[in-house]
Design a protein around this ligand. Structure first.
Ligand SMILES: *[C@@H]1O[C@H](CO)[C@@H](O)[C@H](O)[C@H]1NC(C)=O
Ligand SMILES: *[C@@H]1O[C@H](CO)[C@@H](O)[C@H](O)[C@H]1NC(C)=O
Ligand SMILES: *[C@@H]1O[C@H](CO)[C@@H](O)[C@H](O)[C@H]1NC(C)=O
Ligand SMILES: *[C@@H]1O[C@H](CO)[C@@H](O)[C@H](O)[C@H]1NC(C)=O
Ligand SMILES: *[C@@H]1O[C@H](CO)[C@@H](O)[C@H](O)[C@H]1NC(C)=O
Ligand SMILES: CC(=O)N[C@H]1CO[C@H](CO)[C@@H](O)[C@@H]1O
Length: 406
């Protein structure tokens, strides 16, 4: 009897072992199939599976995917160009303008080839999952999230509300031709004594950027602001340094839209403070971001630019030779450049004022420096030569109108 029991239990144990082995094999097969399927979908999209030994991309739930190992800027001696470098999120709710002069109808074929009128402009909750992270973590800031940790960025992005509409500005109700006319005002000294204020204010919308001082300078730069573009640092530091020019808070016009360029980790720290209406941590420890908006802040008028939009501007519209050098990761277009291209993508007719020109040495660095001429400061993270050429070229080909003096 005892012998019989021993035989039965041995058989049972063997069955269980066999079952386990089979089950593991089968599930392994199933698992690798999932990975292969997802890799082929991604390659159709132009996204190769870079780390094929690890299941990074998967059609399975996010839980099965992990963030890629951190990449470091230092490990690249020039801008790394990935197979999916030129893949950008597109927006299927993008504008469909009727204006004949719209970007969509540009006659400049070279420009037409480069622009993506339906590029995704905004970053908000729901747009950052691990799959997206693993794509964007390949690009240095502000064009992606290289060197950052998934959780620190994800926490902030998940607080950004999805805009009600991805269209930033509606066609003006008085418009006869369906065109949106915008002025973009940079802060160059070329505006000193320009008397452009009335003309600037006569546009449907006025974009301003960084230290957008207007009080006391209305005759030259106007007094309206419809869209204010900033980074956490530009906003914070301009309010500290431009007090003497009357810049005490960000522009406060009724219905104003605030657009943030997330240039790096500190912007995501700022965002957490701003959107939770409390003090920020990290670089802005102890700062209450909300304070700088003086009660005029409303999530429904707040937008954060998507890294894909910023990278698209760099790669397609402002690629600099600096990207081929050892300091490649420092280069980025100026906030003014991002503001101007945002206007080009959200308006139909764009006039640019206070942007850098060939004869910049004749003017102060900033228009509010009226009394003593200062020289234009060339920060190494920008390519001013390229910006001068780009604005001139856009003007000469009729894509924008650039304010110049002779
Ligand atoms: C991750 O987000 C992207 C962009 O929104 C989306 O296309 C993709 O389907 C998402 N993936 C998963 C697994 O949710
Ligand atoms: C700008 O100036 C005009 C004319 O002086 C005035 O009517 C208008 O209220 C001002 N707008 C703002 C936002 O200050
Ligand atoms: C900053 O840190 C403090 C203390 O840990 C915490 O109470 C607060 O919620 C944090 N602020 C944000 C914006 O996360
Ligand atoms: C923000 O704007 C929305 C839409 O205009 C409005 O319903 C809401 O009350 C505003 N919130 C605050 C805090 O002012
Ligand atoms: C600004 O314009 C005024 C009037 O033309 C001129 O007197 C002044 O020198 C200019 N300021 C600078 C810094 O160029
Ligand atoms: C392969 C390589 O050089 N890796 C380096 C990349 O950068 C990090 C951070 O600076 C270093 O720790 C790695 O050794």
């Amino acid at each position: 009897m005892q012998n019989a029991w021993a035989v039965i239990s041995i058989i049972l144990t063997c069955c269980m072992l066999l079952y386990l082995v089979l089950w593991m094999n089968l599930s392994e097969q199933f698992y690798s199939k999932t990975v292969i399927i997802s890799a082929s979908i991604l390659s159709q999209l132009g996204i190769p599976s870079l780390y094929s030994e690890k299941p990074i991309y998967s059609t399975e739930q996010e839980i099965n995917i992990t963030p890629i190992p951190v990449l470091y800027k230092k490990n690249f001696t020039k801008l790394p160009v990935w197979d999916f470098e030129d893949f950008y999120l597109r927006d299927n709710e993008a504008r469909d303008p009727t204006c004949p002069k719209s970007l969509y109808n540009t006659e400049d074929l070279k420009f037409k080839e480069k622009v993506l009128p339906d590029i995704q402009l905004w970053l908000y909750k729901g747009l950052l999952n691990i799959t997206e992270w693993n794509r964007l973590a390949h690009f240095n800031n502000p064009f992606g999230f290289m060197e950052y940790k998934y959780n620190e960025i994800k926490r902030a992005v998940d607080l950004i509300p999805k805009p009600k509409s991805s269209i930033l500005l509606p066609v003006h109700e008085n418009s006869k031709d369906g065109c949106i006319r915008c002025a973009v005002v940079g802060s160059s000294g070329i505006l000193n004594n320009s008397k452009m204020g009335k003309e600037i204010d006569s546009h449907d919308y006025v974009f301003r950027v960084n230290g957008a001082v207007t009080q006391g300078y209305e005759e030259d730069v106007g007094n309206r602001t419809s869209v204010y573009i900033h980074t956490a640092f530009s906003l914070y530091s301009n309010i500290l340094s431009l007090k003497k020019y009357g810049f005490n808070s960000v522009p406060q016009d009724e219905g104003i839209k605030y657009v943030m360029i997330p240039e790096g980790r500190r912007d995501f720290e700022w965002l957490q403070g701003l959107l939770q209406r409390k003090e920020a941590n990290g670089s802005f420890k102890g700062v209450r971001p909300l304070k700088y908006f003086e009660g005029k802040f409303n999530e429904s008028r707040f937008y954060v630019l998507h890294p894909d939009f910023l990278r698209y501007i760099r790669n397609r519209l402002m690629p600099s030779k600096q990207m081929q050098g050892i300091h490649w990761s420092l280069y980025r277009p100026t906030n003014g450049a991002f503001a101007l291209f945002l206007a080009i993508h959200t308006c139909d007719i764009v006039d640019a004022y206070g942007f850098i020109t060939e004869d910049h040495h004749k003017y102060s660095n900033y228009y509010y420096e009226k009394l003593k001429k200062t020289n234009v400061i060339f920060y190494i993270n920008h390519d001013y030569g390229l910006e001068i050429k780009t604005w001139k070229k856009l003007h000469d080909s009729g894509i924008i109108r650039l304010f110049q003096r002779h």
